[in-house]
Design a binder for this molecule. Sequence first.
Ligand code: ADP
Ligand code: ASP
Ligand code: MG
Length: 458
Amino acid sequence: MIVMKFGGTSVANFEAITRTIFIIGGKLDQKPVVVVSALSKVTDLLYRISDTAASSNAAEMETLLAQLRERHVNLAAELLEQSPMLKEEAVAEVNRICDSLDSLARAVCAVGELSDRNKAIIISNGELLSSTVICFAMNAKGIRTGFIDARTMMVTNDSYLKGEPVVDEILARVPGTVAQAYEGKDAVITQGFIASNLNGEQTVLGRGGSDYSASLIGLAVDAEKIEIWTDVDGVRSADPRKVANTKYLEKISFEEAAEMAHFGAKVLHPLTIEPAVKKNIPIYVLNSTNPSGKGTAILRNELIEDGVKSVSFKENIRVINIFSMRMINTSGFLRRVFEIFSESKVSVDLISTSEANISVTVDASEKIDSVVEQLSEFAEVIVDDDKSQVSVIGKNIVKLNGMLKRTFAPLKKCNVYMISQGASFVNISFVVDREELTEVVQSLHHHLFETPEELETF
Ligand code: ADP
Ligand code: ASP
Ligand code: MG
């Protein structure tokens, strides 16, 4: 069995879905479990629908709801042109899902208040709609496809918008559900991103979470491999939207991929690697617009060579500087500080400490008001906004001779605020001003990947 996950751009429209079904059709002998995201930009649209509902902006909300329905009805009609009976059924199903969304959105709009629970229900509709339409289209193409509602088998805790998987429950439910859906079929399809809690209430895994769903399902069915189909030829040495001449990476280790994703490379959800690692299941990142390409293989550490693989970045972060003379020669100070972060559910990326100072970085989207307030009770706290975090990633780079010199040589002119190295052997990270980010990333990438070491002039 294999898991094949198709992201938004791979299921964006008629052409993309036709290509995707062709790719799946070529792999039926490997028993695919297909995991799909919402059509490209649909989750964004659903977020806007929830915002307009929450602010009681009925006119705009109705326009957006109509757009969503029209896009899916038209797509179903186009894909099922040749199969009038299936077309009628698919359009009816799309309308049924949209009717139920409309009623919820209107109810929310009437009171002007949106709970996380209702928001999760609203934003889940993208995956429900895409998987429904694609399932009909696969059957119309002669691939007998079983449909699985992911909410029956993917279980998370009660965090509605960023559910944390209850892995034991997922492992208990997925194999039986998949086996049952497979009876008499050539393939099965389910949704990424969406799940439910133990009470059966709907939850989602957080933005970009379909990769994570695919990996959890791969673990549960003991998949031979997990394929992440997207719109680039695999993982590259940097984000191709930011840096020219990025290098294609034929293979990287689980650890390198996890660090890249965690430190900003948007090609994979940061937690995708974690389930796969447990059973050493290889992950392939592949391009659905170029299916004959080799893609990137993400494999166990021992199969990968040492060396620099990537320059990743997080564009918008904050540095929180915590200063207290009380830190000197006292035990328990760090514990107290990090308990506050943990209780407020604020996730910390980099940490560096000196005698009386702790600096940490957090994503700019984290809500830090309560952390700052609590820390200020016993320390001086200064928050620096508009910073970016840059990470050089590669197996054992921390042990490579002259690596720090190579990393910082191209940054002669800019301020570097924090440096973190050594926590893992695969990552050197530092913080710069946000306005300098593009230049820093580009010159660092050029220096590390396009300048032969012997030509470096330092
Ligand atoms: P999907 O909708 O398939 O999940 P995403 O947009 O989430 O696709 O991820 C693919 C995008 O990730 C690519 O289009 C690319 O711009 C971006 N990206 C960021 N960093 C990298 C990287 N290091 N290698 C490849 N792609 C990257
Ligand atoms: N559709 C969801 C999102 O846009 C999940 C995903 O695509 O992975 O965030
Ligand atoms: Mg993605």
